[in-house]
Design a protein around this ligand. Structure first.
Ligand SMILES: Cc1ncc(COP(=O)(O)O)c(C=O)c1O
Length: 348
């Protein structure tokens, strides 16, 4: 499905999607209320749907994935605590240090293999204040990113998810999934999102990535935790009023844009295999499990490659000096991938 103004192939991120005409129609029809007063029926419907889909008691609509993780951390930790997360996780790298500024927690970083943490490494990273003569912070929350963005869009094996949740409960920690792309993980592995999240206390899910809504994330968990998150959302300035117009986009996305994520995954695979066959670039095909392709440049800088591709109408993102990222999403077609492959070929 293209439904995108302009003739560029925008592979920078799955966040670039624009609401399609059908989604805009659903938004324009939405019944709204004042969600800060708790009476926007479309927001309530979205929250109830998402809680049910993830097998949790309750849910909260928030403006962004970053705020979703921030409210989850703030609602489940105390200042002076420590969160445990993977070394390249979004929470650690790309959220402005919000865990420290907004929640007053430190972070213990766990190495990942393609972004996937080993439960034994997670267990080793949990430090407790008690028994340390007051030296250690209190490791109280374990965060798992599934799919792992910097890991290459990789999916956690279910047994690893379960084992990390067990580490959390054995160590009196809460467990959180940064599930910005949990439906990509679900479609790629064939495991229901509710089963992936079964043993976790909270999950943040983005509507504005592969699902194609313009704005919004949903935090799910127990009623009691969501109530605390609701208070923190207010304090962080994330209480929104007639926001049913955005929740309607989210509901439309849940109805129409989950199963089709498989198409994004196939196109990413096609792109990855073609690029890997080119002598100037490398792609670790094991990483390509969902909608992301991380490309290593054997010669020249990543910025140069991004510029050369851009001259051919293909937009990608620099990740570091020698690698770039391409992400498929609902506006990318088979023809766009052929054009992108040709652009990579002529940029060697
Ligand atoms: C894994 C992950 N978590 C959270 C976020 C944050 O989402 P937002 O950009 O809506 O704040 C992103 C954004 O790309 C992400 O990739």
């Amino acid at each position: 499905m293209r439904e995108y103004p302009g003739d560029r192939v925008d592979l920078r991120s799955d966040t670039v999607t624009q609401p399609t005409p059908a989604m805009r129609e659903a938004m324009s029809q939405a019944t709204v209320g004042d969600d800060v007063l708790g009476d926007d029926p479309t927001v309530i419907e979205l929250q109830d749907r998402m809680a049910a889909m993830l097998g949790k008691e309750s849910a909260l609509f928030v403006p962004s994935g970053t705020m979703c993780n921030a409210t989850a951390i703030r609602a489940q930790t105390e200042p002076g605590d420590e969160i445990i997360t993977e070394a390249h996780s979004h929470i650690y790298i790309y959220e402005g240090g919000g865990f420290a500024a907004l929640s007053g927690v430190s972070v213990a970083l766990v190495p990942g293999m393609m972004g996937i943490m080993d439960p034994a490494d997670v267990a080793r990273a949990v430090r407790k204040g008690d028994g340390s003569l007051g030296h250690f912070p209190n490791g109280s929350m374990i965060c798992v990113e599934n799919t792992s963005n910097r890991g290459g869009g990789t999916c956690y094996p279910l047994e690893t998810m379960d084992a990390i949740a067990a580490v959390a409960s054995d160590n009196s920690c809460t467990s959180h999934i940064d599930g910005a792309r949990i439906f990509n993980a679900s479609v790629a592995t064939g495991v229901e999102a509710s089963r992936i999240a079964r043993d976790y206390d909270s999950v943040s899910i983005c509507l504005s990535k592969g699902l194609g809504a313009p704005v919004g994330s949903v935090l799910v968990g127990t009623k009691e935790m969501i109530y605390r998150a609701y208070r923190w959302r207010k304090m962080f300035g994330g209480g929104m009023r007639q926001v049913g117009v955005l929740a309607a986009a989210g509901l439309f996305a849940l109805d129409n844009n989950i199963e089709r994520l498989g198409e994004d995954h196939s196109l990413a695979r096609k792109l990855a295999e073609a690029i890997e066959a080119m002598p100037s670039f490398t792609v670790d095909l094991d990483q390509v499990q969902t909608n992301m392709v991380y490309v290593g440049c054997e010669e020249g800088s990543a910025d140069d490659l991004v510029s050369r591709l851009s001259e051919k109408g293909v937009d990608t993102l620099t990740i570091d000096d020698s690698s770039i990222r391409a992400v498929t999403h609902l506006h990318i077609t088979d023809e766009d991938i052929d054009r992108s492959i040709a652009a990579f070929e002529s940029s060697q």
